[in-house]
Design a protein. Structure first.
Length: 263
């Protein structure tokens, strides 16, 4: 009976290895390479268990060690717990806002074009000593909208992390609420990350600088750097930047609403 159970485990490992490989197909090169490596290791261990049931204990030990190493490389946060971020109380409010928000907001909303909470929160968080780590936490643990904000941040702070983690949203076909000006609509999550027709900013070039030499205004996405410039660069006009800084200090992130002098 023990031998039969062991061989069943071997079959499971082989099938599990096949599932890992199928899941990795279609993702970026790093994810596919990792999936291929796990497929080889798990499949090899499964074949050992099938041929030599007595080797079960050693196979399981190798499997656990291999999965732990792979998980650490793929998602280091899994074993580190929640990191201690160096954020001011105001930046913590902005971080919590982005972590739990259910919609992606462009910088200006409504007829009056007031600054959105998402825009102001991103500006505040970008000036934190641990901004890069905070953006990565959003990518790994945030809502769908929070992940998009996080990808917008790491596109600027850590391009390699962005390239190896954008698949988390880029391949999604479901939608979320997207607020821009007076219009709120449902937009595909993957299209917000990568739009083939969007602006592709060269490294170090802001959206305002790019627009001075390009008459046509294309759409924006995260992969091309348009959203990173839109959310993280200073406003091109000094007065507009002054207004944005004032709104940062007044926005109520806890209750998710702009400051209202009549309230």
């Amino acid at each position: 009976m023990r031998t039969a159970a062991t061989r069943t485990l071997g079959i499971f490992l082989v099938l599990f290895a096949a599932g890992v490989l199928l899941n990795a197909i279609g993702h970026d090169l790093v994810t596919f390479s990792l999936g291929l490596l796990l497929f080889a290791v798990i499949g090899w261990l499964g074949s050992i268990v099938l041929r030599r049931p007595a080797a079960l204990s050693a196979a399981i030990a190798i499997l656990v060690a291999g999965l732990a190493a792979a998980t650490t490389a793929w998602r280091p946060q899994a074993f580190s717990g929640e990191p201690s971020l160096s954020l001011s109380p105001r930046q913590e409010e902005a971080f919590d806002y982005l972590m739990s928000t259910q919609r992606f907001e462009m910088p200006h909303l409504g007829i009056a074009g007031v600054h959105s909470g998402g825009f102001l929160a991103m500006r505040l968080l970008s000036r934190a000593p641990d901004a890069d780590l905070a953006f990565k936490e959003l990518v790994m643990r945030g809502t769908a909208a929070g992940q998009l904000y996080g990808l917008t941040g790491v596109r600027r702070t850590d391009p390699y992390f962005f390239r190896t983690n954008r698949w988390r949203c880029a391949r999604r076909t479901d939608s979320l609420r997207f607020a821009d000006g007076c219009v709120t609509s449902d937009q595909p999550i993957g299209a917000i990350v990568t739009d083939p027709d969007a602006v592709r900013l060269p490294n170090g070039v802001s959206l305002s600088t790019w627009s001075k030499t390009h008459r046509e205004m294309k759409s924006l996405d995260i992969s091309g750097g348009g959203f990173s410039s839109l959310f993280l660069d200073a406003e091109p006009a000094p007065l507009a930047e002054k207004d944005a800084l004032l709104d940062e200090s007044l926005y109520d992130f806890v209750h998710r609403r702009p400051w209202d002098p009549n309230r």
